[in-house]
Design a protein around this ligand. Structure first.
Ligand code: ZN
Length: 139
């Protein structure tokens, strides 16, 4: 697997409306996109800190995994996302090394990225996302 950088940090929040002003007014970052990802039942807000993004995740329903996360662990860092140059190959590689996968194949995430999650049971407690920008296909 070839990780080029931390693509984003996913942060679970109860309310984008309450969280965005902290990032904009205190940290001085600019929210450049708000996007609802219906199949994940979340609304996302994006900021850029250098080439790393911050992705705020607000649940859109009580059955959202983000709602369950907040219920169990409170608001805070939800996952770390690494950019890789070949997502399917990376997934196959880590699966071969015994890592449990949540997604065995890439699926569509926010911002047009191909994404897949590794299971936190296999990643020392940190939900880990691998993602690939289809525009940067190394093949
Ligand atoms: Zn993410």
């Amino acid at each position: 697997m070839n990780i080029s950088h931390i693509e984003h940090l996913g942060i679970a929040v109860k309310s984008l409306e309450q969280a965005i002003p902290y990032y904009e007014q205190i940290l001085g970052l600019k929210c450049y996109a708000i996007e609802e990802v219906a199949d994940q039942k979340v609304k996302t807000a994006f900021f850029k800190a250098g080439q790393t993004k911050i992705e705020l995740l607000e649940p859109t329903g009580p059955e959202s995994t983000i709602a369950k996360f907040i219920e169990k662990r409170g608001e805070g860092i939800h996952h770390i996302a690494f950019a890789v140059d070949n997502l399917q190959k990376s997934l196959d590689e880590v699966a071969e090394k015994g890592v449990q996968l949540i997604d065995k194949a890439p699926r569509g995430g926010a911002e047009g990225l191909e994404i897949a999650f590794l299971h936190p049971k296999s990643t020392i407690g940190v939900l880990t996302e691998l993602c690939q920008d289809p525009k940067n296909n190394a093949e």
